[in-house]
Design a protein around this ligand. Structure first.
Ligand code: ADP
Ligand code: MG
Length: 488
C-alpha cells in the first residue's frame, strides 16, 4: 500500500517548504476543587462565586496541594506512556496582570511531574508517533472581561487557581491535519482516563501553537512563532496555514523570522504580532517557598496504574485481532469510549460485521443528524443488536430493516415488535414467492421474450417487480433463485 504523505508543503518560486509544529496544550483537570484550594470549579457559575481567599491571593493565605489533582496528572502521564518523576518542584512564574491576583502563577518549570512520552496518531496514511516533551501542573488565571462595561474591565476570578496540565509536544507535527489528529487523540486518551473532559467550547482544552517553516531537506529547525491560546481545532488549523504562509513570504522576500508571540484574529483570518517572545528569565522563575517539593512513591504510582482502563490504542489492537475489524473501523469505534462500549454491547449477541456496518453507517448518521452523543442514542445497544439478528436470521431484509430502524429512532422500541405490528416479516415461503413470480412473469410476456432473446439486463426489472408485488418483503435471495429458474 502506498503511503499518502500527510505533510503540509508550501511551494513558492522554485522552493518547497515544510511546516513544523509543536503544541502546548492546556488541559483543565477534571476535579471538583482547585489545585491549591477547596473552591469548586463548576463551569458557568456566577462570576466570583467560586473564589476562596487563596484564589484571591489575600495576604498570608497558603496554598494546600490537592492530592486528587496530582493523581489525575500522574494518570494522564501514564496514559501518554510517559516517565513519572517521583520528585517535582512547584515554581513561581512571575508576571503582572489584573486577572492574576498573586502576581505570579504557580507552575512547574525545571522539574515537572511528568517527563517524556508519546502519542500515536491514526492518520489515513497510517500511524505516526508524536513525542511528548513533558507534562506539568499549573494554575489557571482569572478572566478579564472587556465587553460588558464600556468604561471598565471586569475581572472574574472563578477560574483563578483551577488546575491545568500543560502538555508540551515535541516539534513533530507537520500539518494542520496532523494537529487535528493529535488534539483528538489526546482528548480521547484523557476522556478514557477521566482526567479532562476536553470540552473546547468551555475552555477545558486550549493550545498555544508553535509554528516554523524550513526548506525541505534542511535539518535545522526554523525560527518559530507562538500563536497564543487558540480554543478550537478549526482555528488552530487556520492559524497554522496562515502563519506558515506568512513566514514563507517573509523568507522568500529575503527577510528573516523574529521569534515572537502572535495572536490569531479569527475574524480577519490572520495572525498579528502581540509581543516579542519573552524568555524564561523574564519570568524570574524560582521554587515556591510556600510549597515543598512534591514527592510521589512507587506505591502511589502503582495504585494509579492499576486504575487505568484499556486505552484507545490497546482497544484498537484488540478489536482488530479479536473481531477482524479493519484499522479504519477500529479507529472509529475506539475514538470515544462510549462508542466502544456501545459496540461491545451490540456484538455480545450479534454478528460483528453486520453490527459494525449498522453502527458506523445508519446509527452514526442518525446521531449526526440529531446532533446527539452516543450515550443519548434514541436506539439502545440492546435493540440495535436485536435488529441485526432479525436481518442475520433472514426475518427481515436489509431494506426493510432501514424502515424498522427509522421507526425505532422515534422511540426505542423492540424491533421484533415493530416487525410484528407492521407485518414486515420477510416472505421466505418458496411457494408463496413462486405464485407471486408466476404472476409477474405472465403479466410481462413481452419483457420475457426480450429477456430470452438476450436482453439480460431485464433480470433486474423482474426482481424489482417481484419485490414490489411483495411490498418489499420478499426475501431477495429467494426471488433471485426462483426467477432464474422460471426465466430459463
Ligand atoms: P516555551 O515554553 O518558551 O514556549 P518550550 O521549549 O516549552 O518553550 O517549547 C514550546 C513548544 O514549541 C514545544 O511544543 C516545541 O515542540 C515547540 N517548538 C520548539 N521549537 C520549534 C520550532 N522550531 N518550530 C515549531 N515548534 C517548535
Ligand atoms: Mg510557550
Amino acid at each position: 500500500m502506498s503511503k499518502k504523505q500527510s505533510n503540509y508543503i508550501i511551494k513558492r518560486n522554485q522552493n518547497n517548504y515544510e511546516v513544523v509544529i509543536g503544541l502546548e496544550v492546556h488541559a483543565q483537570i477534571l476535579s471538583e476543587s482547585k489545585l491549591f484550594s477547596s473552591s469548586p470549579t463548576k463551569f458557568g457559575a456566577e462570576p466570583n462565586t467560586q473564589v476562596s481567599l487563596v484564589d484571591a491571593a489575600f495576604p498570608g493565605m497558603l496554598p494546600v496541594i490537592n492530592e486528587f489533582c496530582i493523581k489525575q496528572a500522574v494518570k494522564t502521564g501514564l496514559g501518554l506512556k510517559a516517565k513519572i518523576n517521583k520528585r517535582s518542584i512547584f515554581d513561581r512564574k512571575n508576571y503582572f496582570y489584573a486577572d492574576l491576583p498573586q502576581g505570579y502563577q504557580i507552575s512547574q518549570y525545571k522539574d515537572p511531574i511528568v517527563g517524556e512520552g508519546f502519542v500515536i496518531l491514526d492518520l489515513p496514511s497510517g500511524e505516526k508517533t508524536i513525542g511528548i516533551e513533558r507534562l506539568h501542573l499549573e494554575q489557571d488565571a482569572g478572566k478579564s472581561i472587556h465587553d460588558v462595561d464600556p468604561q471598565n474591565t471586569l475581572v472574574d476570578l472563578n477560574r483563578s487557581g483551577v488546575a491545568l496540565m500543560e502538555i508540551v509536544s515535541k516539534p513533530d507535527l507537520r500539518s494542520p491535519d496532523e494537529v487535528n489528529a493529535y488534539i483528538k487523540k489526546l482528548r480521547s486518551i484523557m476522556r478514557y482516563l477521566g482526567t479532562c473532559d476536553g470540552n473546547m467550547q468551555e475552555g477545558s482544552l486550549r493550545a498555544d501553537v508553535n509554528v516554523s517553516v524550513r526548506k525541505i531537506g534542511e535539518k535545522k529547525l526554523g525560527t518559530r512563532c507562538e500563536i497564543k491560546n487558540v480554543n478550537s481545532i478549526k482555528f488552530m488549523q487556520m492559524a497554522i496555514e496562515h502563519e506558515a504562509n506568512r513566514q514563507v513570504d517573509v523568507i522568500e522576500e529575503g527577510g528573516s523570522i523574529d521569534q515572537e508571540t502572535r495572536l490569531f484574529d479569527t475574524k480577519k483570518n490572520e495572525t498579528r504580532s502581540m509581543r516579542s517572545k519573552e524568555d524564561a528569565h523574564d519570568y524570574r522563575y524560582f521554587p515556591d517557598p510556600d510549597l515543598l517539593p512534591l514527592e510521589v512513591s512507587d506505591d502511589f504510582i502503582n495504585d494509579i496504574k492499576r486504575s487505568i482502563p484499556e486505552l484507545p490504542d490497546e482497544k484498537k489492537k484488540r478489536f482488530i485481532e479479536k473481531f477482524s475489524l479493519s484499522a479504519y473501523e477500529a479507529n472509529i469505534l475506539v475514538s470515544d469510549i462510549e462508542t466502544s462500549k456501545y459496540f461491545e454491547e451490540v456484538i455480545k449477541n450479534s454478528d460483528v460485521k453486520l453490527s459494525t456496518n449498522w453502527i458506523t453507517g445508519e446509527l452514526f448518521a442518525l446521531l449526526n443528524e440529531k446532533n446527539l452523543e452516543i450515550t443519548k442514542s434514541p436506539i439502545s445497544a440492546k435493540n440495535l443488536s436485536k435488529l441485526v439478528n432479525l436481518i442475520k436470521d433472514g426475518i427481515i431484509s436489509g431494506k426493510i430493516a432501514k424502515s424498522v430502524f427509522e421507526l425505532m429512532a422515534k422511540g426505542d422500541k423492540n424491533p421484533a415488535d415493530i416487525v410484528e405490528e407492521k407485518g414486515l416479516k420477510q416472505q421466505s415461503d418458496p411457494k408463496l414467492l413462486e405464485q407471486l413470480i408466476d404472476k409477474v412473469v405472465s403479466d410481462n410476456q413481452d419483457k420475457v421474450k426480450e429477456y430470452k432473446s438476450g436482453k439480460e439486463k431485464l433480470f433486474g426489472f423482474f426482481v424489482g417487480q417481484a419485490m414490489k408485488a411483495s411490498s418489499g418483503k420478499a426475501n431477495p435471495q429467494l426471488i433471485n433463485d426462483i426467477l432464474k429458474k422460471k426465466l430459463k
